[in-house]
Design a protein around this ligand. Structure first.
Ligand code: AMP
Length: 184
């Protein structure tokens, strides 16, 4: 049983690695970014509210995200593990998740922090060609990451479940490092 949380800046490779671990361990990959992008594509009420924040590289307000993650983690396929990618993005989301997992009698097994230097991130993001991957938005997303998401690293370090993995390596090397940590 694996309950994994990915942390790391935009462009660190969280999505790619989360997908690989999801296939390997047969657990759902839960990406709030993917859920939001699909809501925007379908122009659902959530998508309409989230779109302008995403286009600017800002975080979508917590009240749009918290219910969504609660519902997702209550689905039956999430009872035996999951890999969370893109959530929590700030300390209030991390506290919410902690309470939610307590209610469900779960705890996260590992918080995997993928470390990649900023200059490599910008390079990778610019080559990705996603709608919100232009230079201004990338800069804004990195700022938000440093301001809101970096404090989440200490939140989990204080709880002794943080593992730091160097994400500035080939995809296979990073996957191997992650599996070594998870399977130890
Ligand atoms: P991502 O695919 O994780 O890079 O997310 C893309 C965009 O979706 C972010 O820039 C935010 O606007 C929004 N987003 C994704 N996850 C969250 C979250 N947990 N809290 C707030 N906004 C989020």
């Amino acid at each position: 049983m694996k309950r994994l949380i990915f942390l790391g800046p935009p462009g660190a490779g969280k999505g790619t690695q989360a997908k690989i671990l999801s296939d390997t361990y047969k657990i759902p990959h839960i990406s709030t970014g993917d859920i939001l992008r699909s809501a925007v594509k379908d122009q659902t009420p959530l998508g309409q509210k989230a779109q302008s924040y995403m286009d600017r590289g800002e975080l979508v307000p917590d009240d749009l995200i918290l219910d969504l993650i609660k519902e997702r983690l209550n689905e039956s396929d999430a009872s035996d593990g999951w890999v969370l990618d893109g959530f929590p993005r700030n300390v209030s989301q991390a506290s919410f998740l902690e309470e939610l997992l307590k209610e469900l009698n779960f705890a996260a097994d590992y918080v995997l922090n993928l470390e990649v230097p900023d200059e490599i991130l910008v390079e990778r993001l610019l080559s990705r060609k996603r709608k919100d991957d232009n230079e201004d938005t990338i800069r804004r997303r990195l700022e938000i990451y440093h301001k809101d998401t970096v404090p989440v690293i200490s939140f989990y370090r204080d709880r002794n479940i943080l593992e730091v993995i160097q994400g500035d390596a080939s995809m296979d090397t990073v996957t191997t490092s992650l599996k070594t940590v998870i399977e130890k």
